[in-house]
Ligand binder design. Structure first.
Ligand code: G3P
Length: 217
């Protein structure tokens, strides 16, 4: 499973990229707002840090507006993926972008039928929002499993990009469910390496090592 980082904070992206943990980046209007930066500048900078796909979302809701904004975003760098919401206009824009050779991430997916439509329209990625379904007592992981089954039944090559990931447990669950990509907030990525037994194990080994009086260097 590929790891995308769900942030527009360049410092975090750089740090995780250096640790080999960034296969791509996703942003959305809320994350751009949080960064306090201009969308074009920040997307260009992210693309210069990582060669992987970088999702940049349109703000328009009408078809013509989505196409115009998507064209501007796609020109910022070769690795930009244009993100559109899962609406009929978004699906129509997906078809057009596909014909123009522009990669598309269809976002705000909350049902298997929506995911089926996105694949038929030619989406490169579908983004089911796990955490937001869990928030309203629905099963986000089950949605990923159902999309996996449907895409495999018909050999769709749209990649399942599990989004709205809130915990390390979500990462395990979407990996088990067969997601192609998980887009993960930086705080959750950092937590993935943590285990109390690793920490206590290190402590014990260091204590015994000191007792030997040895030095490797
Ligand atoms: O990038 C979209 C998604 O990951 C948002 O997550 O936590 O705001 O539901 P969240």
């Amino acid at each position: 499973m590929k790891f995308f980082v769900d942030t527009a904070e360049i410092k975090d992206i750089r740090e995780l990229h250096e640790a080999g943990l960034v296969d791509g980046v996703t942003t959305n209007p809320s994350l751009i707002a949080k960064s306090g930066r201009d969308i074009k500048e920040v997307i260009k900078e992210i693309c210069s840090v990582t060669p992987g796909p970088v999702s940049a979302e349109v703000a328009a809701l009408d078809y013509e507006g989505m196409i115009a904004e998507g064209e501007v975003l796609a020109k910022l760098a070769d690795n930009v993926v244009v993100k559109v919401p899962l609406t009929l206009n978004g699906l129509k824009a997906t078809k057009t972008f596909k014909e123009r050779g522009i990669k598309i991430n269809v976002t705000l997916c909350f049902s298997a039928n929506q995911a089926l439509l996105a694949a038929k329209a030619g989406a490169t990625y579908i983004s089911p929002f796990l955490g937001r379904l869990d928030d309203i007592n629905l099963d986000g992981v089950e949605l990923i499993e159902n999309i996996r089954q449907i895409y495999d039944n018909y050999n769709f090559d749209t990649e399942i990009l599990a989004a709205s990931i809130r915990s390390p447990n979500h990462v395990t669950q979407v990996a088990l469910a067969g997601a192609d990509v998980a887009t993960i907030p930086t705080a959750v990525i950092r937590k993935l390496a943590d285990h109390p037994l690793t920490n206590s194990g290190i402590e014990g080994f260091l204590k015994d090592w000191k007792g030997t009086g040895q030095s490797i260097l």
